[in-house]
Design a protein around this ligand. Structure first.
Ligand code: ADP
Ligand code: ZN
Ligand code: MG
Length: 481
């Protein structure tokens, strides 16, 4: 990027609130149902049907706002945002406009992306629209089908100030926000299913210029990588236009992931006049101090605070703390394991290693891992006591995962205990020496690096159960080297 321009980025993020039912009716919000399985007179906009605000949705929105340091407004107001589109059956979307649920707040970004505090402008509540299905039917060349399952799904829109200065920072902001929302149980973080979506506003200006440049908005970029790419492309495009004496046209654009480019969707002239007015069917939303304080008191320790505490309390490296706090469940699992075995670094290694690897391979969350923290602690303890080697321990872990049995039980029943008595190992050492006279001769002639080969043969014969230190000692003694 040319150093004569500075990029300016602001994000607008739509997050589905994790309620069982929609924002103004009792229809299910479950993903993946057949089209229109979750629809009723309210969410398909039949005349006379009246909305009733979902209390749980408000609690979740307030939870997010408080965790992000926003000021929750005692009184906020739903409005009608009018536009015509087939997936919007009422002809308007109910959304907070002039008086949103929360103002201010923000996120501290790390030094690696400039160390800025990225402020939030506002958080407001709104309903999602339905979905137009343009393909997948025999007559899709002539017809568009409509699915209202998403119509009326509760959302918060989180709007940032234009405080970010690089694509990387914006992607990290979105990632950090996602982690917090999922951590709070406010959102499921599923960008593929559309429960978390991001629009990026981009402009460039000369460094030091107090005035912002003309922005373009890239709609619905739904992966961190694509967001970064889309913004990078837009920054480059803006600079290119300006460098060639052109002017940026304020418009909405879409990102084509295959091409790595954005293209125009609609210009400002085509932008809607939404004719907002207060929703007459809903009273103002009142969130009193008691409700706000109750939700605030119930906020969990947030990811960043948790990372700092894990480092301080358990003495684990920052790298470990970052991995162990990827979700609240993983952090809890680690802490329980560490506390119950008393060896935090060993607990960390096991969780970062076998536990996360199994979760990834089996595509399951920590809650679905059948080995309890106490059971993992049991495994760690018998490794520490020298009952089994760490190599065998991985095998024991796999058997624990498959059978749900305790480590000690598996070791006893499957004969996996470490062989650490001379009388058992000595004959095996002798057998290996007798089987490899050529190697023995080489070692005696000074090729000591062949020594490990012989140790390896003994370990193989014991199927990994020989105590490696004792095997080494016995082998040295037998060779007299
Ligand atoms: P609009 O009226 O087009 O919706 P807003 O002022 O409401 O614009 O801002 C929408 C988003 O765009 C916010 O996230 C804001 O931070 C960001 N934004 C506003 N102006 C700019 C700009 N010049 N460059 C980059 N982002 C901007
Ligand atoms: Zn409904
Ligand atoms: Mg706006």
């Amino acid at each position: 990027m040319s150093d004569t321009f500075e990029a300016v980025i602001g994000l607008e993020i739509h997050a589905q609130l994790l309620t069982a039912t929609k924002i103004f009716c009792g229809c299910s919000t479950a993903f993946g149902a057949p089209p229109n399985a979750h629809a009723c007179p309210v969410c398909v906009g039949l005349p006379g049907a009246l909305p009733v605000l979902n209390r749980r949705a408000v609690d979740l929105a307030v939870t997010a706002a408080l965790a992000l340091g926003c000021e929750v407004q005692e009184r906020s107001v739903f409005a009608r945002k009018n536009y015509f589109y087939p997936d919007l059956p009422k002809g308007y979307q109910i959304s907070q406009f002039e008086l949103p649920l929360a103002l201010g707040g923000g996120l501290q970004m790390p030094a690696s992306v400039g160390g800025r505090f990225v402020k939030l402008t506002r958080i407001h509540m709104e309903e999602d629209a339905g979905k137009s299905l343009h393909e997948g039917f025999a007559d899709s060349d002539r017809k568009t089908y409509l699915d209202y399952n998403r119509s009326g799904v509760p959302l918060v829109e989180i709007v940032s100030e234009p405080d970010m200065r690089s694509a990387e920072e914006a992607a990290l902001f979105f990632e950090t926000l996602r982690q917090i929302l999922v951590w709070l149980g406010v959102n499921d973080g599923n960008m593929d299913e559309g429960s978390l979506r991001c629009d990026a506003n981009v402009s460039v200006r000369r460094p030091g210029d107090p005035k912002l440049g003309t922005k373009t908005e890239v709609k619905n970029v739904n992966s961190f990588r694509y967001l970064e790419k889309a913004i990078e492309f837009e920054i480059g495009r803006h600079i290119d236009v300006l460098d060639h004496g052109g002017r940026i046209v304020q418009e909405t654009r879409l990102f084509d992931a295959a091409q790595g480019k954005t293209y125009s969707m609609r210009s400002k002239e085509e932008a809607h006049d939404y004719r907002y007015f207060p929703e007459p069917d809903l009273p103002p939303l009142m969130v009193d101090a008691a409700r706000r304080d109750r939700i605030k008191a119930a906020l969990p320790e947030l990811p960043e605070a948790r990372r700092r505490r894990l480092i301080a309390e358990y003495g684990i490296p920052e790298y470990d703390a970052a991995l162990l706090t990827q979700t609240r469940g993983v952090a809890d699992y680690f802490e329980q394991t560490a506390r119950s075995c008393g060896n935090a670094k060993a607990a960390s290694n096991w969780v970062m290693g076998e536990v996360l690897r199994n979760m990834k391979e089996r595509a399951v969350a920590i809650e679905a891992v059948p080995i309890t923290p106490a059971a993992l602690a049991g495994l760690i303890t018998i490794v520490e006591q020298g009952t089994i080697s760490s190599t065998v321990a991985k095998d024991v872990f796999a058997r624990m995962y498959d059978t749900g049995r305790a480590a000690a039980e598996i070791v006893a029943a499957d004969g996996l205990a470490q062989i650490s008595d001379t009388s058992s190992l000595e004959p095996i050492v002798q057998r290996v020496l007798a089987a490899h006279p050529d190697v023995v001769a080489e070692i005696k002639a000074g090729k000591d690096r062949k020594f490990q080969f012989l140790v390896g043969q003994v370990m193989k014969e014991t199927r990994g159960k020989g105590d490696p230190k004792l095997v080494t000692d016995l082998m040295r003694a037998a060779l007299g080297t």
